[in-house]
Design a protein around this ligand. Structure first.
Ligand code: AMP
Ligand code: MG
Length: 267
């Protein structure tokens, strides 16, 4: 699955990455579904082990344009996992209190504790995406944030956190279809905001901002993966496979009891 990992230091051109690519799993949808289901049960077991061992921390970052499938990925990948072991947090526009601190303050407060998986639906990367595109702070302020984020993530990994970052890559046509589907279904209107259309107009500026994020913040300690996300099944199988592999690589083991349980009888 390393085909989509962003090699640290490589310059990313998103136009060269096909959001409809299906090179793995023979492009076969039913195979993909099977693999996602199998990954789901592996993930359930690995999560229990992670919790039992209580040493490792897992941080998963999901970024992507509106309708790119951040919520759908969370549903599709984590169904079957014990809800007690996964904490999902969606980052919105910062509150007045949050804005009165440094931009990582609210993020640091939500990183996973030992034994936990935290999923960020949007993240500190918004502070060099939406903030840059809308010029919410001057360039000399957001411009320093790439290095600040790399240093922050380095500190997290050096203190026991595994970080996996996913950019859900769709194209503008796919977004149009998905926005239209929301508009056509009254039950989906709550998800549709007129502001989404204004953001859509800024598509190219967002792609530039994403390219810089992927180019400058994919590091050996906290790599980005570009996930072709025009197909939902393909997106889910890629994301779930990478998470399962990363958890398996931790080589976790169930802790031994601190008490001697030998010969214990239950009446
Ligand atoms: P949604 O993901 O649809 O719930 O929307 C969340 C909104 O919050 C998006 O429009 C984001 O761009 C916005 N948002 C998240 N983080 C920030 C941030 N640091 N600064 C400004 N807007 C943000
Ligand atoms: Mg939205």
């Amino acid at each position: 699955m390393h085909g989509y990992a962003v090699r640290p230091g490589s310059k990313i051109d998103l136009r060269a990455v096909d959001p409809s690519d299906k090179s793995f799993f023979d492009g076969d949808k039913s195979k993909g579904h099977e693999e996602t289901a199998s990954n789901g049960s592996k993930l359930a077991d690995l999560q229990e082990l992670l919790y039992a061992e209580h040493k490792q921390r897992i941080l998963i970052v999901l970024q992507g344009m509106d309708t790119s499938g951040k919520d759908g990925t969370i549903r599709g990948v984590f169904q079957g996992v014990n809800p007690q072991g996964v904490r999902v947090y969606g980052f919105k526009a910062p509150s007045a209190e949050e804005l009165s601190h440094d931009f990582l303050w609210r993020v640091h407060a939500r990183v996973p504790a030992s034994g936990e998986i935290a999923v960020f639906n949007r993240s500190h990367y918004e502070d060099i995406l939406v903030v840059r595109v809308h010029e919410l702070v001057p360039p000399d302020v957001w411009g320093k944030r790439y290095d600040q984020i790399n240093a922050f993530e380095k500190m997290l990994t050096e203190t026991g956190t595994t970080i996996l970052k996913f950019f859900l890559h769709i194209d503008k046509d796919e977004q149009k279809k998905r926005l239209q589907a929301r508009l056509d279904d009254p039950d989906k209107h709550w998800k549709f905001q007129l502001g989404d259309l204004a953001e859509r107009k800024l598509w190219d500026l967002y792609m530039d901002a994403y390219q810089d994020v992927l180019t400058r913040t994919s590091t050996g300690w906290a790599p980005w993966t570009i996930v072709p996300a025009n197909s939902k099944w393909y997106r889910n199988v890629i994301v779930s496979s990478i998470i399962v592999k990363a958890l398996e690589d931790l080589k976790m083991t169930y802790p031994l009891s601190s008490e001697s349980l030998e010969g214990v009888k239950i009446d």
